[in-house]
Design a protein around this ligand. Structure first.
Ligand code: GLN
Length: 454
């Protein structure tokens, strides 16, 4: 096949199914075709080719793309055309992928179902009545529906892994610092990380390899060598030691989900791994800690949307303060407002020690739980989410049950360690995900296990 064929195949599939799935917010048709033509010329030559030469890719709409509308799922950025590229976008250009378009998401990545998008509700391709997960629901649904082969999402508390699980695809949240966040519209900067979503573990390793590594534009990107993730896919997991946290198979986790994890462990055992029950005792504080810290950081990060510099501006302002107030009242959705209020409250003087500082201390304890287990085990395994995809509308009226859905992914972000979700069966015809968590900067072992398993 030619590069143009691949790109046309992608747009054809989008035309066929996206009316129903609604994964894309913006298509990049003209530029994608142009890039395909340029790459086509290279195809016949012996010039060296990029790692993902000619591969169609979709990007979550909080990753800024020069000249291509980037909304972060928010009305406040409805007409925002960035003047620069995120570092990952430049790296994809080097890898010679082709950007097909931008993908729907919960507004500013706040949510677990993509229902908080300011624009449209993405559907789960396996069952259009159910959510694709979130906040990277568009990214997972587009890969599951065959609209693109690769996509990027972002994961602050589970937003790559949970939609990957719900849509039956592979999603990796790398170690904090593994990938530059330059050009990722910030939600909670100490937790945010971009992550690849693909059909197979092998594709996922390729995509991470293409975008990982230190970046002078992001001081939190880590000066750690990027190994060849692809070469870790040996299929050999003999002697591997797996820890299974008892907190991850407890109350609130559906029976079918537990069973799928036990079946997965059996399979891993048959491949030569051994597993034992372990404990992450501070997990029960993870949700409270996460929603406090992430909302605090969000309240500061989102102060830049003021109607002055870029994005939406209210047409009805009487004076400057009125301009700020009306722009933000009209531009932000309910969930975003809820988080800003929670965050500014937690950070206000008199409350700071009781909430923010306390949460930081608990975060350290949660991180230590992981370090303790990793003294004796190579990976930690459990479910990605407590249930399969839920029905559209089922949780929208109760933010707390929506938050509770993240219970198994959030501790990983607080600890900063890498984790991947790989499909591990079905419940009621809906896909389930197995979560494999690794040591800091040891994505290689995760890929090795996931590849042997899949
Ligand atoms: N669902 C979580 C939240 O709403 C996680 C979101 C994410 O990872 N971006 O904050």
């Amino acid at each position: 096949v030619s590069v143009t064929d691949l790109v046309e195949e992608s747009f054809k599939r989008i035309a066929e199914v996206d009316g129903k799935v609604q994964a894309f917010l913006t298509l990049n048709e003209e530029e994608a075709r142009e890039t395909a033509r340029t790459l086509e010329v290279k195809l016949g030559s012996d010039e060296s080719k990029g790692l993902l030469f000619g591969m169609p890719i979709g990007l979550k709409d909080n990753i800024v793309t020069k000249g291509l509308r980037t909304t972060s799922g928010s009305k406040i950025l409805e007409n925002f055309d960035p003047i620069y590229n995120a570092t990952v976008v430049d790296r994809l250009t080097t890898a010679e992928t082709i950007t097909i378009g931008k993908l729907n998401m919960d507004e500013f990545a706040m949510g677990s179902s993509t229902e908080n998008s300011g624009f449209q509700k993405t559907r789960n391709p396996w069952n259009l009545e159910t959510v694709p997960g979130g906040s990277s629901g568009g990214s997972a649904a587009a890969v599951a529906a065959g609209e693109v082969l690769f996509s990027l999402g972002s994961d602050t508390g589970g937003s790559v892994r949970q939609p990957a699980a719900y849509c039956g695809v592979v999603g990796m949240k790398p170690t904090y610092g593994r990938i530059s966040r330059f050009g990722l519209i910030a939600f909670a900067s100490s937790l945010d990380q971009i992550g690849p979503i693909t059909r197979s573990v092998e594709d996922n390793a390729y995509l991470l390899e293409a975008i990982a590594g230190v970046d002078p534009m992001d001081s939190t990107s880590a000066y750690v060598e990027v190994p060849s993730f692809i070469q870790s896919l040996t299929g050999d997991i003999k002697g591997l030691k797996i820890g299974v946290p008892k907190e991850y198979l407890g109350e609130g986790v559906q029976e079918e989900v537990k069973q799928s994890v036990l079946d997965a462990l059996k399979k891993l055992e048959s491949l030569g791994a051994v597993w034992e029950e372990v404990s992450l005792p501070h997990s029960k504080y993870a949700l409270a800690t996460y929603y406090l810290l992430s909302s605090s950081e969000a309240s500061a990060n989102l102060s830049r949307f003021d109607g002055v510099r870029y994005g939406y501006r209210t047409p009805n302002a009487q004076n400057l303060i009125d301009l700020y107030k009306k722009t933000r009242a009209e531009g932000f959705g309910d969930e975003v407002k809820r988080r800003i209020m929670l965050g500014t409250f937690a950070l206000s003087s008199g409350y700071y020690d009781a909430y923010y500082k306390k949460a930081q201390k608990v975060r350290t304890l949660i991180k230590k739980d992981f370090e303790d287990v990793f003294e004796n085990y190579d990976v930690i395994v459990g479910p990605t989410a407590p249930t399969p995809a839920f029905k559209i509308g089922e949780k929208t009226s109760d933010p707390l049950t929506m938050y509770a859905n993240d219970i198994l992914t959030i501790p990983v972000n607080l600890a900063g360690v890498p984790a991947l979700s790989v499909p591990c069966g079905f419940s009621n015809g809906l896909p389930l995900g197995l979560q494999i968590v690794g040591k800091h900067f040891d994505e290689n072992t995760i890929y090795r296990v996931a590849h042997a398993f899949e």
